[in-house]
Design a protein around this ligand. Structure first.
Ligand code: SF4
Ligand code: SF4
Length: 114
């Protein structure tokens, strides 16, 4: 399952550089699949044809946010979610709306980083 940042976030920015997938963005910043990953141009994900370069609207304009399709819960990189490990207010929590198995998370990691 992906991690989500709650409204308790104090916008300290400590989590952003820790994410191996560049799945964390500052409030109001547009995101793209290619940011911090190896995907470029058109690629297939979850049965959809996507463009890695395309900019997407920010998910939050108030606090830092995590892109669910880029978060692997740090599978393939670290033993535990790095954002949750560094967050001073413990507002990086499992997202019940984005539940994924370990295999699915590793497949996502391999898609983003080959
Ligand atoms: S759990 Fe890991 S991959 Fe997901 S947002 Fe946090 S640091 Fe990034
Ligand atoms: S470390 Fe926690 S409080 Fe700081 S920006 Fe990230 S989610 Fe927000």
């Amino acid at each position: 399952m992906a991690i989500i940042i709650t409204e308790e976030c104090i916008n300290c920015g400590a989590c952003e550089p820790e994410c191996p997938n560049n799945a964390i963005y500052e409030a109001g910043v547009e995101w793209a699949y290619k940011d911090g990953t190896k995907v470029q141009g058109n690629f297939q994900f979850k049965g959809m044809s996507l463009n890695a370069d395309e900019k997407h609207e920010p998910i939050s304009k108030e606090v830092y946010y995590i892109v669910p399709d880029k978060c692997t819960e740090c599978e393939g990189f670290h033993e535990e979610p790095q954002c949750a490990a560094v967050c001073p207010v413990d507002c990086c929590v499992p997202d019940p709306d984005n539940v994924e198995t370990k295999d699915e998370l590793l497949a996502k990691k391999n898609l983003l980083h080959f």
